[in-house]
Structures are given as structure tokens and as C-alpha cells.
Design a protein around this ligand. Structure first.
Ligand code: AMP
Ligand code: GLY
Length: 423
């Protein structure tokens, strides 16, 4: 089997790392990939949304399975593009078709889906430029903090949480009338603020059956104590210690089952990963968001704990026989710490040489924003490398990651020193 992974982050290096362990994989390609994937697969330059270039790559290399890492190609309909092309229609694509990818592509679509299928989530209303005044009135009925969400994809920046009513009104106007997030904020969802601790649940589905992967918790803020700007994610822990068996049962029965059944009822074909962002309010889970792909850096802790052959899982997803697969999970905890470029998530410099990679033996290094430059590895993005470790407890795993980080260096390297602080 020949496999192509689309993407260039730590998530995609982790996919490639796991796939490369399978005897079922003959040739592995990553487009565009990074310095980590270059060592275990063939990198092919190109953009993940250039469907024609992807088609060429697939045909030239006899690719059988395409694993889509990020959301953009899914929301733009890469799976539909394959199904509509006579040369590509038998290639298996891991990721939903465009209609179902709207679960991530449109917050309003996701809220309507949850309402229709009785899936617990925050109360909400949505507004456009035409009824912005009603939006102000709705805000007046809510208690602070106020949660405003741009409907469309806004690179993780489209959610604002504000304490002041006037500020919330001003921001609502900026989003709807002044197109603060471009087309993404043509519509804005205003929702009830949910107070609790967050975690994520990852589900595999072939459209008929589902399997639940380990939970994970990520740390989105740049600063210690969960302060400062939002990032793509600064670290992650799996499993989530406060997700007891009882709580996991609630997640499965109140959220996962109705989600997979809802996709079927609504005729939304879905072969891929569902990433459900949850918040624990009291003892109950509520959905904050759906993503139609794996998380980054959650993948860097979830896939290392998966003992089952990932290629076998992908084959079963393509054949709709996921129910026959036994998902085996490593009991140990896994944690990852992200090394980022100084300045991230605002402006930062690139091209800094990364040293010490060869000295790390106790952790797995998943490369993210890094590339090969002659014989050196240099930084090429904000999130540079995820340092994943196992431990009998998450504390032990975290300690190991921090010990490994001591051996790594690049100019202006930054990382959070408190991953797991709230558990
Ligand atoms: P989202 O892009 O929908 O995941 O939102 C980004 C972040 O905003 C989430 O990870 C939460 O921390 C926060 N958030 C979103 N919706 C709510 C809500 N209704 N109540 C509290 N926090 C929220
Ligand atoms: N770590 C959050 C995400 O992948 O969206």
C-alpha cells in the first residue's frame, strides 16, 4: 500500500511516524512535510489545497490512501474532488467530504447539527450584518463573559471572549460590519459562556461504525498559567486524568453516538477523524466545537499510545469494517511539550539552527516548523518541535520531556514550563 499524508506539522510527522511502523505500508509520501518526515518518508513539495498537484502526485506514485492532516483541504472539498475524478475515485481519502467538513467550516452549521441531534452544547444565536442590532439586544440578555465566534475558518483566531458588554458590542460590530475576520465573520455565533475544564475526545468513523481514541488535553495559551495569546497548542497530555470511566461513558452516550448517528441521519458521509472539543461543566460534558481532523499537538500524544496498526485501521475505514478492528491502547501516559520560536504567536524569526536532536533518547521528537538546510535542521515556523514522552504517570512523562528539552537548543527557543499544571 502506498500512502500520502497531506500537511507539514507535528501532527503529520506523527502520522508518518506511526504509518512507517506498519508492514502494510510500502511507500510513504508527505506533502509538503518537514525535516522530521524527510527522515522517514519522501517529501513532495506543494500546497495541501492544490488539488491538481495532489492528483499528479497520487497518480505518479500509485497512492492508495490519502491522509488529510489539516482542515483547509477538507473544507474546500478534497474528498469530493477525489470522488468526482474517474482516475481518483478508488483512492481512499481519510477525511470527510465537504458537506460534513462544515462541522468545522461553519460554527452555525455545527450548532444547528448539535441542536437537531440533542447534543449538549452552549445555548446560542447567530447574527449577520442585517440584524446586528438584534445581536446587541441578545448580548444584553446574557451575563458576562460574552463569547463571540466568527462562523467560518479564521485560523484559530475567530473566537473572542469578552468581559465588558460595550466591548462585546464593539467587537460584534467589527466582526459583522467591518469584516474583522474577512468572510469568516459574515456571520457570528454568540453563545453562552461555559465555565469548566476543557478536554478533547477523538473518534474514528467509517460512516457506520466508530472507535474512540484516547482523550487528550491541550494547552492553547502562550503563557504559563494559561495566560496571553492563543496559539495552535503549546503542549498536551493523554489520557486526561479527570476523565473518569463514568465521565467517558457520558461522552460516548450523550455526544459520540448521537454525533455519528446524526451524520448518518443527515446524509453526511464521513470517513475520518472527529475531534470533539469538550468542556466539563459540573459532572457533564458539553461540546465546544467539532474539528474534522486530528488535533495538533494532541496527535503527538494520542497516536503514540495507539498500539494497533494505523494502516490496518485506515484500510478498515475505507472498507467500512471498522467494527472488526480491535483498538489497543498503551496504558502509560504520554505528554508533549512544544518548542516555539521566540515571539510566536506574533512575529518571529526563522532559519535558526536547531542543535542537540541526536542527543535525545528518552523522548520522541516530532518535527513541526523545521526544515533541512544542507546538513542542518533550521526553524521554519512558529511551532518548531513537539517533545513527546511516556511515563507511568503524566507527571513522570512531563519530567522526561523537560529533561530532553535540556539537550535541545535554538536561538530564542521558548516553551511553557507548566504543562499539566491544572490537572
Ligand atoms: P473554539 O474555536 O470554538 O474551540 O473556541 C476557542 C476556545 O474558546 C475554546 O477552546 C474555549 O477555551 C473557548 N470557548 C469557546 N466557546 C466557549 C464557551 N461557550 N464557553 C467558554 N469558553 C469557550
Ligand atoms: N490543538 C488544537 C487544534 O488542533 O485545533
Amino acid at each position: 500500500m502506498n500512502i500520502l499524508v497531506l500537511g507539514s506539522g507535528g501532527r503529520e510527522h506523527t502520522f508518518a511516524w506511526k504509518i512507517a511502523q506498519s508492514e502494510r505500508c510500502n511507500n510513504l509520501f508527505v506533502m509538503p512535510g518537514n525535516s522530521g518526515t524527510a527522515a522517514i518518508a519522501k517529501n513532495i513539495s506543494g500546497s495541501v489545497t492544490d488539488f491538481e498537484a495532489i492528483k499528479d502526485t497520487v497518480l505518479t506514485n500509485n497512492i492508495n490512501v490519502v491522509v488529510v492532516g489539516p482542515e483547509d483541504p477538507l473544507v474546500q472539498g478534497i474528498h469530493d474532488f477525489f470522488l468526482q475524478d474517474k482516475d481518483l475515485k478508488n483512492v481512499s481519502v481519510i477525511g470527510p467530504q465537504k458537506a460534513a467538513a462544515e462541522l468545522e467550516g461553519s460554527k452555525e452549521f455545527a450548532k444547528e447539527f448539535m441542536t437537531r441531534h440533542n447534543i449538549p452544547t452552549a445555548a446560542y444565536q447567530s447574527f449577520t450584518k442585517a440584524n446586528v442590532e438584534e445581536g446587541y439586544s441578545f448580548l444584553e440578555t446574557l451575563k458576562p463573559p460574552y463569547v463571540l465566534k466568527a462562523d467560518g475558518l479564521a485560523a484559530g483566531k475567530g473566537v473572542l471572549i469578552l468581559n465588558d458588554l460595550n466591548e462585546a458590542k464593539t467587537e460584534l460590530k467589527k466582526m459583522l460590519v467591518d469584516a474583522k475576520f474577512g468572510n469568516a465573520s459574515t456571520k457570528v455565533v454568540i453563545e453562552e459562556f461555559l465555565d469548566g475544564i476543557e478536554l478533547s475526545c477523538f473518534v474514528l468513523t467509517d460512516g457506520e461504525n466508530y472507535k474512540i481514541l484516547p482523550t487528550a488535553k491541550d494547552y492553547k495559551r502562550i503563557g504559563e498559567g494559561d495566560t496571553g495569546l492563543n496559539t495552535g497548542g503549546m503542549g498536551a497530555v493523554s489520557p486526561v486524568p479527570f476523565a473518569t470511566e463514568d465521565f467517558l461513558d457520558k461522552i460516548e452516550n450523550q455526544i459520540v453516538k448521537p454525533t455519528v448517528d446524526g451524520l448518518k441521519k443527515d446524509n453526511l458521509p464521513y470517513v475520518g477523524f472527529i475531534f470533539i472539543g469538550l468542556i466539563k461543566v459540573g459532572d457533564d460534558p458539553k461540546v465546544i466545537e467539532y474539528n474534522v481532523r486530528m488535533g495538533d499537538p494532541e496527535t503527538e500524544v494520542v497516536l503514540p499510545r495507539l498500539k494497533t496498526d494505523l494502516v490496518e485501521i485506515f484500510e478498515a475505514m475505507g472498507n467500512k469494517t471498522l467494527s472488526e478492528i480491535n483498538i489497543e491502547i498503551d496504558e502509560r501516559a504520554a505528554t508533549t511539550i512544544m518548542l516555539v520560536s521566540g515571539g510566536y504567536p506574533e512575529t518571529y524569526e526563522k532559519g535558526k539552527e536547531i542543535s542537540g536532536v541526536e542527543n535525545v533518547n528518552d523522548s520522541i521528537l516530532f518535527h513541526a516548523g523545521s526544515k533541512n538546510d544542507g546538513g542542518r535542521i533550521v526553524t521554519s515556523g512558529g511551532r518548531v518541535m513537539a517533545i513527546t514522552s511516556f511515563g507511568n504517570t503524566y507527571q513522570e512523562a512531563i519530567k522526561k520531556s523537560y529533561q530532553s528539552i535540556e539537550k535541545l537548543h535554538f536561538d530564542k527557543m521558548y516553551y511553557r514550563k507548566d504543562i499539566g499544571f491544572d490537572l
